[in-house]
Design a protein around this ligand. Structure first.
Ligand code: AVJ
Length: 309
């Protein structure tokens, strides 16, 4: 018999915890292994997935307006930097930065990104940090102003308490002068659901990759063909939910345990909260921020909020 290979004990612990709960759940941070990060990049290019291209347009058109909120000599700290594609729109405009600090959970992705940025911005010190931004990030007091950057509406992945804690954490960074946050705006249900259940099935593959990942990294024996991708709009909580629905009664081996799935039972894999400018300003105020500026597109699909202490 093959030895059970646990390459990722933290994922195993989270899977055992999340899949023994009722309803079953997993944290969306586990989507982003190399495979998942590549699938997410493909999502951002889908016709139905408007957030990325809309936010990019807002950042491009609003670069000067945003730059006015970034003090000379500031360090720009980006949470969940991924490929730092949007950051370049700011870096091209923000010539007086003292450093760029990309923070990402994927070490390999971060290394690649940092190398490419160092090549393209030779005068800008780049200090990558491998970290899970859902945990408090401690930054040293280096005497320069700091501005946080959290694009992509990734904040929407957090529940209201988690979002408040993150915003309060950034508010407490030494030298903090501002926080630029991308948020997806509440809109008609059809547009929202299609953005998370695209015709080409890329989002389905992204969601199902979580099962493949557990097979690869913790020796689970999920049959991904026995699960289906679901995306639903929860109007009461103003969020898109992604689930993986078990298509039959089945049992799956996860580490030392066999976990039972009933037909129709789901693993809740992601929340993507949507806001209005007002609901977001209220949320931010609870964490000690005021909304200093709010940029949006002509169709008001997406927002870039500038928060100041
Ligand atoms: C990276 C969290 C912003 O919620 O829209 C895309 C992730 N999930 N399609 C989002 C995602 C499914 C995305 N964020």
């Amino acid at each position: 018999m093959d030895a059970l290979v646990i390459r990722n004990p933290e994922l195993l612990a989270d899977a055992l915890r999340g899949l023994s709960q009722s309803p079953k759940r997993m944290e969306p941070k586990w989507f982003y292994d190399a495979e998942g990060s590549a699938l997410f990049e493909r999502i951002t290019e889908l016709p139905e997935y408007y957030p990325t291209r809309t936010e990019t347009a807002i950042l491009t058109a609003g670069a000067d307006r945003l730059a006015a909120h970034v003090p000379e000599g500031a360090e720009l700290v980006e949470l969940g930097s991924g490929a730092s594609v949007k950051t370049r729109l700011l870096l091209d405009r923000l010539t007086g930065l003292s450093a760029y600090v990309p923070v990402d959970i994927s070490a390999s992705f971060l290394k690649e990104t940092a190398r490419a940025l160092a090549r393209d911005y030779p005068d800008l010190p780049i200090h990558p940090v491998v970290a899970d931004f859902t945990k408090p990030l401690r930054l040293a007091d280096e005497g320069h102003p700091r501005v946080g950057f959290f694009p992509g509406s990734t904040l929407g992945n957090l529940d209201p308490e988690g979002a408040r804690a993150l915003m309060r954490g950034v508010r407490d960074w030494p030298g903090i002068r501002g926080f630029i946050v991308g948020i997806d705006l509440i809109k008609d249900e059809d547009t929202l659901v299609r953005a998370y259940d695209d015709a080409a099935g890329v989002t389905a593959a992204f969601n199902l990759n979580l099962l493949h990942r557990m097979n690869r990294e913790i020796g689970a024996d999920f049959d991904p063909d026995r699960f289906a991708h679901r995306a639903i709009w929860n109007a009461e909580k103003a969020r898109i939910e992604m689930h993986l629905e078990s298509l039959e009664d089945q049992e799956v081996q996860i580490g030392p345990r066999r976990i039972r799935f009933r037909a129709g039972e789901t693993i809740h894999t992601e929340n993507s909260h949507k806001f209005s400018a007002t609901s977001f300003a209220e949320r931010a105020a609870e964490a000690g921020w005021r909304l200093a500026d709010f940029l949006t597109d002509a169709r008001r699909q997406f927002g870039v909020a500038v928060l100041e202490p």
